[in-house]
Design a binder for this molecule. Structure first.
Ligand code: PMP
Length: 357
């Protein structure tokens, strides 16, 4: 029988699959608008596509992480031994949990924080301590107060999903400075590329003074490679070494490695994706205001808004072929999260939403 701490895990519920909804509602697949999983509506960068196609030629060989690790190390100004690749950044979150957590240890995170923190922590047998949120976002004082002598990880999502909240970098740094050095701080920056330039900071550079800091990034969001599953962590070499000890040797496949390497250099695609998101955010926020709905100001590629009855509105959106993300599992049953899509998708979402209220 599985240990009680495994049986206590609530399964992760992904966005509703397009094909399933199409079949259920009798709507053609191409008419479905899926704005549920914070994916890049532009798809993948053309350069990445070419590289992935070329990499098909080598799939008989086991993957070699050397080139991508070297490119990431150069990008971040760190040694190659400080970069750890994951099968999506979820994989590196899980590596951190397996390295630092165990039964008898605890992990601290904020209420309404990303769902994988409790999953990874519980799978490692650790206890989860959920600190109260402030305006739906991380409250550093509450998170510090929640730390116990057995705490070994503090999970921080900045910006956070599903709320989109962002801790300004000065506040974030002051917060991390107060976390005892024997606790790993996992700073999850899955959405960092969507931050306004003035909000950005080189958090990886903080690792020099903060030996317990692990920064995680992903290729799933602005780089448009969610389906290839690739992300990474940057940490001090001794911490990276521990993460690598529990990592499966070939955890990232050849196509993902090739795609990520090319995507990393496609600055034009990243800029285009950023701009599309900025405009789409304005479009959706203006639409929500027009409909008299409150939203949580977001720094990501999605926005969370409040309705009277989350389940009912979600059901009516689905009937119209629009998939957004209900977030009752995050303690927000009357909020829905919508990913910023193409202008036409955003417009279809807003039309369908108006009819659903
Ligand atoms: N962190 C946060 C905050 C996220 O929202 C996501 C994606 N939902 C991830 C990490 C993981 O993304 P991936 O595993 O695709 O890199």
């Amino acid at each position: 029988q599985a240990p009680a701490y495994i049986r206590a895990i609530s399964p992760y519920i992904p966005g509703k699959p397009i094909t399933e909804l199409a079949r259920q509602m009798g709507i053609p697949v191409e008419k479905i608008v899926k704005l549920a999983s914070n994916e890049n509506p532009l798809g993948m960068s053309p350069k990445a596509r070419k590289a992935v196609e070329a990499a098909l030629a080598g799939v008989e060989r086991y993957p070699d992480q050397f080139d991508l690790i070297a490119a990431l190390a150069e990008r971040h100004g760190v040694a190659t031994g400080q970069v750890v690749l994951g099968n999506g950044s979820n994989d590196v979150l899980d590596l951190a949990a397996r390295v630092f957590l165990a039964p008898g240890r605890s992990a601290v995170f904020s209420r309404h924080a990303f769902a994988v923190y409790p999953l990874a922590s519980m799978a490692a047998g650790a206890e989860c301590i959920v600190a109260p949120a402030k305006h739906y976002g991380h409250d550093p004082a509450a998170m510090l107060a929640a730390i116990r002598p057995d705490t070994r990880i503090v999970w921080i999502a900045n910006p956070n999903n599903p709320t989109g909240n962002f801790l300004p970098q000065a506040e974030l740094r002051a917060f991390i400075d107060k976390i005892p050095a024997d606790i790993a701080v996992v700073l999850d920056e899955a959405y960092t590329e969507y931050l306004a330039p003035a909000d950005r900071a080189d958090t990886v550079a903080w690792i020099k003074d903060l030996p317990n800091l692990i920064v995680t990034r992903t290729f799933s969001k602005i780089y448009g490679l969610a389906g290839l599953r690739i992300g990474y962590a940057v940490a001090r070499a001794d911490v990276a070494d521990l993460l690598n000890r529990v990592r499966q040797p070939f955890n990232v496949n050849n196509l993902a490695l090739a795609g990520a390497l090319a995507a990393l250099d496609d600055h034009g695609f990243v800029a285009e994706s950023f701009e599309l998101n900025r405009r789409g955010m304005e479009q959706i926020v203006a639409g929500l205001k027009r409909l008299g709905l409150e939203h949580i100001p977001s720094h990501g590629n999605f926005v969370t808004f409040e309705v009277k009855d989350g389940a009912a509105v979600n059901g009516k959106l689905l009937q119209q072929g629009v998939i957004v993300r209900p977030i009752g599992g995050y303690g927000l049953p009357n909020h829905l999260r919508v990913t910023i899509g193409l202008e036409t998708e955003n417009a279809r979402f807003l039309e369908a939403l108006e009819k659903s209220l």
